[in-house]
Design a protein around this ligand. Structure first.
Ligand code: ADP
Length: 599
């Protein structure tokens, strides 16, 4: 078999190469949806062009007829492939079901069978023969009735595809329009070639369709590549917009509705078909509050109280302008979210917080009042018990004296507790202030020592005090509060130490601070408790470790006082080996500069 490349055959050969190439190109991108269908379309064009090329080159009717039938293997189905491509691409994949495909392909399949069995019935081609008087070989024939069925079907499907493209073009936003345009151009080329075929001055029997299909294929491939149709399919975007729970509206530059997603339809109570072309003012009902969102060229975001379908709502609005390539505002994307529930719960939270604060205030007040009220009767109890013990009311027996002593002890303990409670309440109420006055450190320490001496003796502990020489004689601070801190810490040290020593060391860790460290050889504090014992009413194990009771306020008060003095308190302790509490305070030596030259 020899081939000649003439003005008629060469374009077919070229078309075969182009469509074959496009098929391979598209197959390489087959992971993109739609690419496989495009490859199939190009495959059928390839078979068509090549088959036709061989037909044109045939030397006998039998050979020509064979190649003509070969073309009929793929050509009748091509238009269905095109339809599927259009459906895929315009986001109507739901119609591409195996059942629908079977229905679509039914007539093309019959056409193929009838083509190959034409000799027996001539339903497709009547009296097929080799054409005469043309510079190529081709089979000519009269049209059988099935020929018209097939042709009509092809035109119908092609028209349907074109309508789908036009409709979705008018509904899409700019980004997707360009892509749909590419497919429309393909339709246009195919349509024009038909016009040329029917009305044009082309040698009779010569079919230029394989050429137009390849050229169209190039356009589509270019479009696919350029706009990445297969990558950014509107379907994907539509799907997101359709299934998203936020209401999404697209309006044009004049704020007229171009699109609504189902959530927006439900939200505003409008069907897309009714809303199309409406000014957004109509849709939302209240323009006054919304207008500012649609005025600027920049994205806007905010919350607006609105009546939506007769219901008061708070909506969160996000308006994003969409610009075309030319830089002009094309559309605005409006995302609406109903935040009414969130707003309500925020409000409830604020109210709950206010209530909690009120309750706290009441509790503090109560604590302060109660503590205060407890103090006076306690004073009376203590006073009378002391008078009783001292024999003011007459001679008492040793047994009675012992009982009076117990009453005095308990009353003292209770007074200390009430003092702590009262003090804690005062600190919380911000009623405690620390003074900044000069005081003599060594005198203050001596006072503390004297105060603690009895307790130390009773427990048989050793109490050592060491004051570094570098500690200045006079410091500025609140001597009473510092004493209170020390008494608390040393008290604890004695309380939680069965034997050994309690040390107090006063020193300067650096030239801007001075420190008071109270060390004991007692129970120690377990690591996990070290973080919370400074909190009010917190104790280690609710202290069952000793039979001396407390309520867990001492350290809390100490910590708060230290903080008020701009100081810090640190704890270093190993359970069973003792603890060291170190209070570090800013070193303030004097408030005024002394001349130092007197005398
Ligand atoms: P409390 O009135 O119970 O002593 P504090 O606030 O003074 O309250 O102390 C809180 C808890 O810290 C105490 O109950 C005790 O468990 C623990 N603690 C405080 N100081 C010491 C210490 N020097 N040694 C061991 N445990 C201590």
């Amino acid at each position: 078999m020899t081939f000649s490349f003439t003005i008629y055959t060469a374009p077919m050969f070229l078309s075969a190469i182009v469509s074959g190439g496009l098929m391979l190109w598209s197959l390489r991108r087959r992971t993109s949806p739609g690419a496989i269908w495009f490859a199939l379309l190009m495959f059928s064009t390839f078979v068509w062009a090549l088959g036709y090329f061989f037909e044109l080159n045939s030397t006998s009717y039998v050979v020509a007829q064979f190649w003509s039938k070969v073309q009929y293997l793929t050509v009748p189905g091509a238009v269905i492939i095109w339809l599927v491509l259009v459906l895929t691409y315009t986001g109507q994949e739901k119609y591409i079901t195996p059942r629908n495909l079977a229905i679509f392909f039914l007539i093309p399949a019959l056409t193929i069978v009838l083509a190959w069995t034409n000799d027996y019935h001539q339903w497709l081609w009547i009296n097929p023969r080799l054409s005469a008087d043309v510079p190529f070989s081709t089979v000519i024939f009269e049209h059988g009735w099935w020929y018209w069925v097939n042709t009509g079907y092809i035109y119908a499907v092609f028209a349907l595809s074109t309508i789908i493209l036009i409709v979705s073009y008018s509904r899409s936003i700019a980004l997707y329009r360009r892509q749909i345009m590419v497919l429309l151009i393909f339709s246009g080329i195919v349509f024009l070639s038909n016009v040329v075929y029917v009305f044009g001055n082309i040698t009779e029997g010569y079919n230029i369709s394989p050429i137009t299909f390849s050229v169209g294929g190039i356009v589509v491939a270019w479009g696919l590549f350029r706009y990445r149709i297969f990558n950014v399919m509107p379907i994907a975007a539509d799907l997101v917009v359709d299934t998203i729970s936020d209401a999404v509206i697209v309006v044009d530059a004049g704020n007229r509705v171009l699109n609504l997603n189902p959530a927006a339809e439900r939200f505003w109570g409008y069907k897309l078909t009714d809303a199309l072309g409406l000014h957004i003012e109509k849709l939302t009902g209240s323009w006054a509050k919304l207008a500012e969102f649609f005025r600027t060229d920049a994205p806007v975001h905010g919350e607006v109280p609105l009546m939506v379908q007769q219901e008061a709502k708070t909506i969160e609005l996000q308006v994003t302008p969409i610009y075309g390539r030319d830089g002009w505002l094309n559309a605005r994307l409006v995302v609406v979210r109903d935040v009414t529930a969130r707003k309500k719960s925020e409000q409830a939270l604020v109210e709950a917080r206010n209530q909690a604060l009120d309750a706290l205030r009441v509790r503090r007040q109560l604590l302060a009042n109660v503590s205060h009220e407890l103090r006076s009767p306690l004073g009376t109890i203590l006073g009378f018990a002391e008078l009783l013990e001292g024999g003011t009311f007459g001679e008492i027996s040793p047994k009675q004296r012992d009982v009076a002593g117990k009453i005095i002890d308990s009353a003292n303990y209770l007074t200390a507790l009430v003092d702590d409670l009262l003090y804690q309440a005062q600190i919380e109420a911000g009623a405690v202030a620390v003074k900044a006055e000069p005081f003599d450190v060594r005198t203050m320490i001596r006072r503390v020592e004297e105060k603690m001496a009895v307790l130390v003796d009773v427990k048989g502990l050793q109490f050592r005090v060491d004051i570094d020489d570098v500690v200045p004689q006079t410091l500025i601070g609140d001597t009473l509060r510092i004493q209170q801190i020390l008494v608390n810490l040393i008290n604890n040290a004695i309380k939680y130490t069965a034997e050994g020593t309690v040390d107090l060391r006063v020193y300067c860790p650096d030239d801007r601070h001075w420190a008071l460290a109270v060390r004991d050889t007692g129970l120690g504090i377990p690591a996990q408790a070290q973080s919370y014992i400074f909190d009010a009413f917190r104790q280690v194990d609710n202290d069952k470790r000793t039979n001396i009771h407390g309520v867990g306020l001492g350290l809390s008060i100490v910590k708060q006082l230290v903080t008020m003095m701009d100081g810090t308190i640190e704890l270093d302790s190993v359970e069973g080996r003792g603890s060291t509490f170190t209070v570090t305070l800013p070193l303030q030596v004097t408030t005024s500069v002394s001349t130092g030259e007197t005398g």
